[in-house]
Unconditional design. Structure first.
Length: 157
């Protein structure tokens, strides 16, 4: 990973707002030439600072799917099974976020499904009978007030 300077941070902040900005538009915002901006962006992508270029689909376009926060407590005597569970969760298209956490629970998920029946099928097939899962709790999202993947990059923007 290349060391990020102030220009890199400014560019990354701009891209988090709108990843489809042209090099010309970005150059105007950061005070550099379009060719310099294009070179920087290539370097940031090649170096891994930009992990992915994706489209964020609106809930309306996705049919307002059901979202659930799922907390999983693992069985302590099954560490290899826990690794198998994590691989299964990461591979699932229903899992938007999978985090190892500290506290009473060990894993936190953000799970989406078209409806409660599909969520129950996911939970039954993936969690309920898995040997690594001691217990899990689901909390259902009533309304997304904020959803972003942007990370604060300081005052450089």
């Amino acid at each position: 990973m290349p060391r990020l300077d102030k220009l890199d941070l400014r560019l990354l902040t701009c891209l988090q707002e709108d990843n489809l900005q042209t090099a010309d538009a970005l150059a105007e915002r950061v005070g550099r030439s379009p060719s310099a901006v294009a070179r920087r962006l290539r370097r940031l992508r090649a170096g891994g600072a930009i992990a992915a270029d994706v489209a964020v689909i609106s809930e309306e376009a996705a049919g307002h799917p059901l979202s659930a926060i799922v907390q999983i407590q693992l069985e302590r005597h099954a560490p290899h099974e826990g690794d198998r569970l994590r691989r299964r969760l990461v591979a699932s298209p229903n899992v938007q976020l999978c985090l190892d956490i500290a506290g009473t629970f060990d894993i936190l998920l953000l799970v989406v499904a078209p409806d409660m029946e599909a969520y129950n099928a996911f939970a039954d097939a993936t969690l309920a009978e898995h040997p690594a899962v001691r217990r899990f709790e689901s909390t259902f999202v009533k309304k997304r007030v904020k959803a972003t993947l942007a990370v604060p990059l300081g005052d450089e923007a």
